[in-house]
Design a protein around this ligand. Structure first.
Ligand code: ADP
Ligand code: MG
Ligand code: ZN
Length: 474
């Protein structure tokens, strides 16, 4: 029997305002090759200067993964030629990275956990982009020199599922820290998967294959599964040594296969050497103190939701599944409403109405409005049923909760005088039912409530009606 061994390298694009070694903006929606300067174009004589914001974000990540943040780290030059890299080398950190020896806990459905060790996280510069247009390829250097943090795990994962749990956890941490937008489709969270197999019980590491740049969790899962079967079949067929070589493969989603892309370069091929144009990167005590105070992470938030709001783990995990969702919920809670109603109105009512292009981030109804809507139910202004109409209206119209309640005439009558008058009318109209009720036919109570609600055209507050009828009928 075989055991799967997986190690992951994740490139996270950091959301700094400017690039790693120059002051060009990092936004990509601009016209091609406009966010460039002599430094990121690698023109002779231009010198890089480290953007401190990158160190700040590295400290935040290091804190989140319980790692050592090196007070001094260094940059190295990795030589290779690609059309989208005008310098023909990449500035990275090989020998002393900014962050080392971290860990991340993954959680299984049965409630058990496993710790995945993180070898390092180092800073490096991104390349530009090759844009293929029919027979012509063009190079856009707007992205060249954008800061990346490459987060390298130890080969601690033993299945595709574990790899996905690790990636989702890391992804979520990046989003909670807000150090990158971690959009897989847009390439701001890029994953290289290293896969090998070995006979169960064997401790040594066998030949690994690296599958590059797969842009969804689903495809990563699939690519690992395919690669594991390819390697196990080769072993069983006695051709493992011949067929499984250290190389870079790519995942072809249409053909559902991994395919050799190029032989794996050895470190020597890159002719690494210390970057002569840059000073060492220094993390000062001040920086460390300031940036090691990080926002609440998903696991902590989840535990707090369970504790503070008495909700079950499942609901807490739904609410913390994305940072947007968690923040939305917390903003609703600042309207002083119960967690149970906030949960239902967010996850069932609002999410149920967010269709097509709409999502929690661009929802036409924000957390404040939804929170207030729930408060209007809780303070008896409107019924839950009426609130659904209000929400429908708010999805289509940019206005506020209270004016919609007025416009649609949905205010409940809680005024005891008005309710008493209706109750009196209903009692007067039904003398027979009143005596039957008084004679012990308790079920008739619902009849009276129904009549009063009908008489009020549904606007009476049911709770006030109940109370009033109880007093009147004894
Ligand atoms: P490189 O930068 O050349 O890809 P690294 O030594 O940085 O090489 O390792 C890359 C990744 O490969 C790490 O995540 C590591 O855990 C993983 N890895 C190393 N050996 C194996 C193996 N035999 N099987 C699976 N993953 C491995
Ligand atoms: Mg690699
Ligand atoms: Zn530049």
């Amino acid at each position: 029997m075989f055991e799967t061994v997986i190690g992951l390298e994740v490139h996270v694009q950091l959301n700094t305002k400017t690039k790693l070694f120059c002051s060009c903006p990092t936004s990509f929606n601009h016209k091609q090759n406009t966010n460039t300067c002599p430094t990121c174009l690698a023109l002779p004589g231009a010198l890089p200067v480290l953007n401190k914001e990158v160190l700040h974000k590295a400290i935040m990540l290091g804190t989140a993964i319980d790692a050592t943040v090196n007070k001094t780290s260094y940059f190295d030059r990795k030589s290779y030629f690609y059309p989208d890299s005008p310098s023909a080398y990449q500035i990275t950190q090989l020998y002393t990275p900014v962050v080392e020896h971290g860990k991340l806990q993954i959680d299984f459905e049965d409630g058990s956990h496993k710790t995945i060790r993180i070898n390092r996280a180092h800073i490096e510069a991104d390349a530009g982009k090759n844009v293929h247009d029919g027979d012509i390829s063009k190079v856009d250097l707007n992205r060249a020199g954008t800061p990346l943090l490459e987060i390298v795990s130890e080969p601690d994962m033993r299945s595709a599922d574990e790899a996905i749990l690790y990636l989702k956890k890391l992804h979520s941490i990046i989003r909670y820290l807000d150090i990158g937008d971690a959009n897989m489709q847009e390439g701001s969270f890029r994953v290289d998967v290293n896969v090998s197999i070995r006979p169960k019980g064997d401790k040594k590491l066998y030949t690994r294959v690296e599958i590059k740049n797969i842009n969804s969790f689903k495809f990563i899962q699939k690519a690992i599964e395919l690669e594991v079967s390819r390697q196990s079949e080769a072993w069983e067929d006695g051709v493992y040594d011949k067929e499984i070589v250290q190389e870079t493969r790519l995942f072809d989603q249409t053909k559902q296969e991994t395919r050799s892309m190029r032989g794996k370069e050895e470190a020597a091929d890159y002719r690494y050497f210390p970057e002569p144009d840059l000073l060492k990167a220094v993390v000062t005590d001040e920086m460390l103190e300031r940036y090691s105070v990080i926002p609440e992470l998903p696991d902590e938030k989840m535990a707090r939701f369970v504790k503070d709001y008495g909700m079950n783990e499942y609901n807490a995990s739904v609410l913390t599944s994305s940072v947007e969702m968690a923040h939305f919920f917390e903003a609703m809670m600042s309207e002083n409403i119960t967690a149970k109603n906030a949960l239902t109105w967010l996850t069932t009512e609002l999410l149920g109405r967010l269709k097509g292009e709409l999502n929690i981030s661009n929802s036409p109804v924000d957390a404040k409005k939804l929170g207030l809507l729930v408060r209007r139910i809780e303070d008896g202004t409107i019924s839950g049923k009426a609130a659904k109409d209000v929400l429908d209206y708010l999805m289509e119209n940019e206005t506020d909760v209270d004016s919609v309640i007025d416009t649609l005439g949905l205010k409940q009558v809680s005024d005891s005088g008005a309710i008493e008058a209706i109750c009196d009318t209903v009692i007067a109209l039904n003398p027979d039912k009143v005596s039957e009720y008084k004679g012990g036919k308790d079920k008739l109570f619902a009849f009276f409530v129904g009549q009063v609600m009908k008489e009020s055209k549904g606007s009476a507050n049911p709770q006030s009606v109940n109370e009033m009828l109880k007093t009147k009928l004894g």
